[in-house]
Design a protein around this ligand. Structure first.
Ligand SMILES: [Zn+2]
Ligand SMILES: [Zn+2]
Length: 293
């Protein structure tokens, strides 16, 4: 399993590769624009193509994932917000594709209590339209869109893999759509994986619903809040309510071996550090050793 880290792209996108390299990460995740504003960053054509070239030739960092803007809400009843969300998601996908990213991770949005049934067609249509729109702008197929499981707060869509599977189904199983499993969101939405057996049943559930072949990456985070708290609050590995042993039970699953796990932990307040990457490799090794008996 490759270990990645969310890093800043301040000062130019390509700096993200140096930051990932400096902390010993195999993979980086970045925002291609400020995650809490609608305004898209004006990246020059040169900046995008030089990132793609630097990524392809990088001796250590093997892939880049992008995280979509947090404001995007494909489940909203507000038409103006939906239109902005659509435009923003297309821009996220176009930029990510231009830098050669492996996928864009998306929080699908919140229906604010209307229920998944009320928004399923809209959400699925919005996802397909964004992928089509980005591919049209690029003149080729854009990178995959990875739907992330939600912690379950306030009507968030994707609180279970069964719910994400319904969205996939409503898109006609569009091949451009994948998933992202966030370990903190999984725990906060009520899934326990504190033993190898429990972790195996979580992975089996994932395979039964959205299918493991769709899993584009894992977000490897501990949790500040308890099991089932339905809140999205990340903690450093081994310092939260999940703990290093349970995280190790999950990520050591043999069927997840080829998947990349990306840290989105707080570190000292500025995000993942090299000690967090070391902690990730250690809990993975411990989990594998436990499985080997
Ligand atoms: Zn995440
Ligand atoms: Zn989160």
């Amino acid at each position: 399993m490759q270990i990645g880290a969310h890093v800043s792209s301040a000062g130019g996108l390509v700096k993200a590769l140096d930051r990932g390299d400096a902390m010993g990460a195999d993979v980086v995740q970045i925002f291609t624009q400020s995650p809490r504003t609608w305004r898209s960053s004006a990246h020059s054509h040169e900046e995008l193509t030089s990132y793609a070239a630097a990524q392809a030739a990088h001796p250590r960092v093997r892939a880049t994932f992008c995280h979509a803007t947090y404001l995007v809400n494909l489940a909203t009843a507000d038409e103006a917000l939906l239109a902005k969300s659509h435009r923003c998601l297309v821009e996220n996908l176009v930029t990510a594709s231009a830098i050669g990213a492996s996928g864009v991770v998306l929080h699908v949005g919140s229906h604010r209590g209307a229920g998944i049934d009320a928004v399923l067609v809209q959400v699925a249509g919005g996802i397909v339209a964004a992928l089509d729109g980005a591919s049209d702008e690029l003149g080729c197929t854009c990178c995959p869109l990875l739907l992330e499981n939600a912690a379950g707060a306030g009507g968030t869509v994707g609180r279970s893999f069964a719910e994400l599977a319904r969205i996939l189904d409503a898109t006609g199983d569009d091949e451009r759509i994948g998933t992202c499993l966030d370990t903190q969101h999984l725990f906060a939405s009520g899934s326990d994986y504190s033993s190898t057996e429990a972790a195996d049943s979580v992975v089996a559930d994932l395979d039964r619903t959205t299918g493991l072949a769709r899993l584009g990456c894992i977000h490897l985070n501990d949790s500040l809040v308890p099991l089932g708290a339905n809140r999205d609050r990340h903690a450093n590995l081994g310092e939260g309510e999940i703990g290093a042993a349970a995280l190790g039970c999950l990520v050591s699953h043999p069927l997840l071996d080829g998947v990349t796990a990306i840290l989105e932990v707080p570190g000292d307040g500025d995000g993942p550090r090299s000690v967090d990457v070391v902690a990730a490799r250690a809990l993975l090794a411990d989990g594998i050793a436990r499985r080997a008996g």
